[in-house]
Design a protein around this ligand. Structure first.
Ligand SMILES: *Cc1c(COP(=O)(O)O)cnc(C)c1O
Length: 434
């Protein structure tokens, strides 16, 4: 353990920690982090996708510098500021027609989803919300209340009904996964969940923290049709996999659906805290002073977000996510052919997952050891999944094909070391993960 990590343990609370190994960063550039031991680590996590342009991107630095050098206040609560207006105008141009109303700004995916959960119930007068088992919509009381991930320690909302997310790998085929969930949903509507009482259905277009599950073809169009029939608002939580990561600008585009409300976060600020909800005016203007925090809509984070969106466009990073994602996927598929621990490789663009199994069961221990070993070898990688056995790949959208292959070469070695029993299990004592 390095000096900085040990000092942190004597001063910083662990309550927000979700640690997999003792990484202490002192800097970073592009897809690399600098450890306090001087090592350069290839970052395939990008802080859970938040560092969407990588670290220290010049466009973000320049935008933040400009916004701070003539600062138009610190908030949009009681005054308008130009970066927020420009960002809102930009975001409205990036969502489907039916969501093209107004934009709300927050700090995080959590406050955005919490706002959505309160807003849809208040605006429609319908008390119920649908979401998926395994869904991670945030870490505040209100966003945990509409989530379904087992790692979350908060209570679920009274009006919440969780529906299984179709898991093609576990079900044996996409078709089987899709049919089972749709049948379950139809049955719920016919029995305990009257659809006319449902305000909204919160979806993740790819269920990332739940295990990087890719929905079967035709699944979300069927969900969309049910929502339309019953006047249920369809909300796409694009917080982790949106903004180009999936190889399309919006991840829901892969399914050919048009949500009513779109939620952005994580990568929106390129590492700075900002989130956004975009939806119809009648919903988004439900009431004034309904959901606010003092420095929401601050011009510095808004300027960073605008620079992120402009850079994604200018540098064609959606196409890059598709291209580098293909290279990453091909290298991972090649690993899967050689490592018996790998049960499934899935995802879209630069939102990929590798599920590890042993004897047909989730290999949680090997997953924790693999990310630890990868860290020792120079690769930053975390894991997700309701069974803690899915390696998650959410690198910067700027990742090159060569960096993709370099990272997979490190993972190759890490998996070989784990399979051969060369990684000390004692290392995991302080790293519970999730
Ligand atoms: C991370 C995440 C959130 C919560 O975002 P925070 O920035 O942690 O508040 C919400 N939804 C999804 C899909 C996420 O991955």
């Amino acid at each position: 353990m390095t000096g900085l990590y040990a000092r942190e343990r004597r001063s910083v609370s662990t309550m927000a920690h979700l640690r997999f190994y003792p990484l202490a960063a002192v800097g970073g550039s592009g897809a690399y982090l600098t450890g306090d031991d001087g090592r350069q680590l290839l970052d395939f996590a990008a802080s859970w996708g938040a560092a969407s342009l990588g670290h220290a991107h010049p466009a973000v630095r320049e935008a933040v510098d400009r916004a701070l050098s003539d600062q138009a206040g610190a908030s949009y609560l009681s005054s308008a500021n130009e970066p927020c207006v420009l960002l809102a105008e930009k975001l409205l141009s990036l969502v489907p027609e039916r969501a093209r109303g107004r934009v709300w700004f927050g700090h995080s995916g959590s406050d955005a989803n919490e706002t959505v959960a309160r807003m849809v119930v208040a605006a429609t007068g319908r008390p119920r919300i649908l979401a998926f088992e395994g869904a991670y919509h945030g870490g505040t009381v209100g966003s945990m209340a509409v989530s379904g991930h087992p790692a979350q320690q908060g209570a679920r909302a009274e009006g919440l009904t969780l529906v299984p997310y179709p898991n093609s790998y576990a079900a044996g085929s996409p078709q089987a996964a899709k049919e089972a969930v749709l049948a379950h949903l139809e049955k719920l509507f016919a029995t305990e969940v009257p659809p006319e009482e449902v305000a909204a259905f919160l979806i993740e277009p790819i269920q990332s923290d739940g295990g990087m599950l890719v929905p079967p073809d035709g699944f979300f169009p069927a969900v969309e049709a049910l929502c339309r029939r019953h006047g249920i608002l369809l909300v796409s939580d694009e917080v982790k996999v949106g903004l180009g990561r999936s190889g399309r600008f919006n991840a829901f585009e892969h399914s050919g659906i048009e949500p009513d409300i779109v939620v952005f976060g994580k990568g929106l600020g390129g590492g700075l805290p900002i989130s956004a909800v975009v939806g119809p005016e009648a919903i988004m203007n439900h009431a004034v002073a309904f959901s606010l925090q003092t420095v929401h809509g601050n011009p510095v984070c808004a300027a960073a977000a605008l620079a992120v969106l402009q850079t994604i466009e200018r540098d064609r990073l959606v196409a890059n996510a598709e291209r580098s994602g293909k290279a990453l996927r091909a290298a991972l598929d090649e690993l899967a052919a050689r490592h018996s621990l790998i049960g499934d490789v899935r995802g879209r663009g630069l939102a990929l997952g590798v599920e590890l199994v042993a004897d047909g069961k989730p290999a949680a221990r090997q997953t924790a050891l693999a990310v630890y070993r990868a860290f020792q070898l120079g690769l930053v990688l975390y894991y997700v999944g309701v069974n803690s056995n899915v390696l998650e790949f959410t690198p910067p959208l700027t990742l090159t094909e060569s960096e993709a292959r370099q990272g997979v070469a490190i993972l190759d070695q890490a998996l070989a070391d784990v399979a051969a029993g060369r990684v000390d299990e004692g290392l995991l004592a302080d790293f519970a993960g999730w």
